[in-house]
Design a protein around this ligand. Structure first.
Ligand code: UDP
Length: 276
């Protein structure tokens, strides 16, 4: 198919500006049988994340006596994409699972759970580009919902170059016909971006464009981070006095609310600064 024009009259095909995210919906605690869970929509992407653990690891030889073992499975439902996807793992999903696990591992306080395992399952129910980043956002919320002690939140978004222009959070057409696609995940702590946890790129950008892409992604993730935090708080508040989740989840929710608005300390970029 011939490449369509992706930017018309300064707007993207779905009417968004260059620095605009797709509509996002996040709900924590949607699955009864998982220890923690999250349903997330980012544009037409629909994702379910389920976390089990910390629990005993099977087979036992995989146990680590000093810390928890983290497993992450990214899976696309056969009906999630235009052309039916063959069920089961493929090269792409194995790679996405690996890099996503590596992005999450440093924020999980694994040393608190020796010999145990934490399993993160993410299921893509509907895909429209940016699923690895949407899945990481959902997984992060599900981990907190499960009461797993974390050093911060992982929040991710992609930036693309389309028709020579950098755009935030590309949808399918922009991903397919764009010049570059750069999914990025950040570690956010106390309302401040502390590190990059994942950065991939296909296509080509100049060094200057790469710097601008990272800046654009930073703006995007601070908005997503706010919604992740609100989703956790909503669950916490709804359950109010009858809150039955783990004490850690309640603690995290409290901590998240106390950090509302970020802080200017230690030279990090505050949420306020990013918004401006
Ligand atoms: N996609 C597809 N079939 C596949 C894999 C991907 O139709 O087997 C689509 C899907 O919409 C996905 C998009 O291609 O979101 C971009 O895939 P990519 O590998 O860039 O990963 P993502 O952007 O989803 O993280």
């Amino acid at each position: 198919m011939e490449k369509p024009k992706l930017i018309v009259d300064g707007k993207r095909l779905d009417g968004r500006g260059f620095e605009e995210l797709r509509p996002i919906k996040i709900e924590a605690g949607v699955l009864k049988r998982a220890d923690g869970s999250c349903y997330l929509e980012m544009g037409k992407n629909k994702i379910i994340a389920a976390v089990y653990g910390p629990r005993e690891v099977h087979p036992r030889h995989l146990q680590d006596p000093s810390k928890a073992v983290i497993r992450y499975r990214y899976n696309m439902a056969p009906f999630s994409v235009e052309e039916r996807k063959k069920p089961g793992p493929d090269r792409r999903s194995v790679e996405i699972s690996k890099v996503s696990r590596e992005a999450l591992e440093p924020v999980i306080m694994k040393e608190l759970f020796p010999r145990s395992g934490i399993d993160v399952f993410v299921e893509v129910l509907q895909a429209d580009a940016g699923t690895r980043t949407a899945c990481l956002n959902a997984a992060s919320v599900a981990l907190i919902d499960a009461g797993v002690a974390m050093r911060g939140m992982i929040t991710a978004v992609a930036v693309a170059k389309v028709d020579g222009q950098l755009v935030l959070d590309p949808m399918k057409e922009e991903d397919n016909y764009g010049e570059a696609d750069v999914p990025i995940a950040f570690l956010i702590r106390n309302g401040r971006i502390e590190a990059i946890a994942l950065l991939q790129m296909d296509g080509r950008l100049t060094l200057e464009e790469t710097r601008r892409a990272i800046e654009l992604a930073k703006k995007g993730v601070m908005q997503i981070y706010k919604l992740q935090r609100e989703a956790i708080m909503r669950k916490y508040m709804r359950e109010g006095e009858d809150y039955e989740g783990s004490a850690e989840a309640a603690e995290v929710a409290k901590e998240l609310s106390e950090n509302e608005g970020g802080s200017e300390k230690e030279g990090g970029q505050s949420e306020q600064e990013v918004k401006e």
